[in-house]
Design a protein around this ligand. Structure first.
Ligand SMILES: Cc1ncc(COP(=O)(O)O)c(C=O)c1O
Length: 397
């Protein structure tokens, strides 16, 4: 692979920090964890932060802490990573899949309202690809209907909505630190909340239902081992020190892609700015015009890979996954999700991606788009797209 889809940036300082922990006898529940939680809470502006071993665990803890269970419904997007719905199913509650806005790929507040029922308990709002969702409208309707809101900011560390950082603006915020994220701990996640009682419940659930001051073998809740090691937290502590530099670099990469692709008629591009919001670039996802279909997108992905460039089909809708065709869920009409998911292609995107490689990705994509019509599922010739697709605008098609 010449240009991978994602790659963590690991510096000498990162390696030294992890090695330093190895030289101590404290590999879990130590000062690195405390520092990491303090740093994240301070950075996002939340009162409490609680580190766990993955973003999925973080989501699950929120659902557990809210006492959501069988018979309850939770609104989720289907155009998202599967953990969003799985966390609901772990507690035998029902995910209700709601459609997205085409411009930001985030939950459409009007469709959320239409999907509410007497069983709805919460909404999981995902800030997809680092683009802040329409929180004001969603928070207002949650207040009206007395629902909890969990912000899944796994892909949006550092993004802002108004003056606040996403993750800290609802009842709970969740972050994930897998190696493709803005900062990584290898594996890891975080829950943030402003509620002190909930924070101590989460702390207990993370650690087998223990309470901090009690004996190690006393358990007060049905808990889990969702602890994160000191090694992971040491890495996180180094990574968060350079978060602003990393976010600036990632924004620069997005702008370079925009520069290299805006003239292509066949694709529409993500917006570079949103009013009163700061994007924290997680991925750069282009969308083929509506004359194209999934075969075109899959062909492009295969051809890019054959040239050493790894791309991804972010996202495959959750409600169409084999496991969710069998699982109990409620699906509203999802025309945008289904139409958009077939035509999205995520390009290589990571903090250390070089200008030379960005240009190579753009050049290769442009070259492949010129020949794409010949590979349509029915073998038909390419359509003349001139004048039909506005290029360079925010996901306009
Ligand atoms: C929106 C979203 N939620 C949750 C997760 C789960 O995080 P993890 O892989 O750390 O369990 C991810 C991970 O990519 C994600 O993108």
């Amino acid at each position: 692979m010449k240009i991978p889809l994602a790659k963590p940036e690991i510096t000498h300082d990162d390696i030294r920090a992890v090695n330093r922990v190895l030289g101590t006898s404290r590999l879990s529940l130590g000062s690195e964890l405390e520092e990491f939680e303090r740093s994240v809470a301070q950075y996002v502006g939340a009162a409490h932060a609680l580190a766990v071993n993955s973003g999925t665990s973080a989501l699950h803890l929120c659902i557990r802490a809210l006492g959501i269970g069988p018979g309850d419904e939770v609104i989720v997007p289907s155009f998202a990573f599967i953990a969003v719905a799985n966390a609901v199913r772990y507690e035998k509650a029902t995910p209700v899949f709601v459609d997205i806005e085409p411009a930001t790929l985030n939950l459409d507040p009007l469709k959320v309202e239409a999907a509410l029922s007497s069983r709805t308990r919460a909404i999981i709002v995902v800030h997809t690809f680092g683009f802040p969702a329409e929180l004001r409208a969603i928070m207002a309707l949650a207040k009206r209907h007395r629902l909890f809101v969990i912000e899944d900011a796994s892909e949006a560390f550092g993004a802002q909505y108004g003056n606040g950082k996403v993750g800290a603006l609802a009842d709970f915020g969740v972050f994930a630190f897998y190696p493709n994220k803005q900062i990584t701990t290898g594996e890891g996640g975080m829950v943030v909340t402003n509620n002190p009682e909930t924070a101590s419940l989460l702390r207990s659930l993370r650690n087998q239902g223990r309470r901090g001051s009690e004996d190690w073998l006393d358990h007060f809740e049905l808990g889990y081992n969702y602890r994160i090691s000191e090694l992971n937290c040491a890495l996180g502590n180094e990574q968060i020190k350079r978060i602003e530099t990393s976010l600036a670099r990632r924004e620069w990469i997005a702008r370079q892609y925009h520069e290299g692709l805006w003239q292509l008629r066949e694709v529409s591009l993500p917006a570079l700015n949103l009013p009163q919001r700061r994007i924290s670039w997680f991925a750069y996802v282009v969308r083929l015009g509506h004359h194209y279909n999934r075969e075109h997108r899959d062909w492009l992905r295969t051809e890019m890979l054959s040239k050493g460039i790894e791309c991804a089909r972010y996202f495959a809708p959750i409600h169409l996954q084999p496991v969710y065709r069998r699982e109990s869920c409620r699906k509203t009409n999802l025309p945008v999700t289904e139409a958009v998911a077939d035509r999205c292609l995520a390009l290589p995107f990571f903090t250390t991606l070089s200008e030379r490689h960005i240009k190579e990705v753009c050049r290769t994509l442009a070259m492949l788009l010129r020949t794409i019509g010949t590979v349509a599922g029915d073998g038909s010739a390419p359509e003349d797209l001139s004048g039909q697709i506005t290029s360079g605008s925010a996901y306009a098609d």
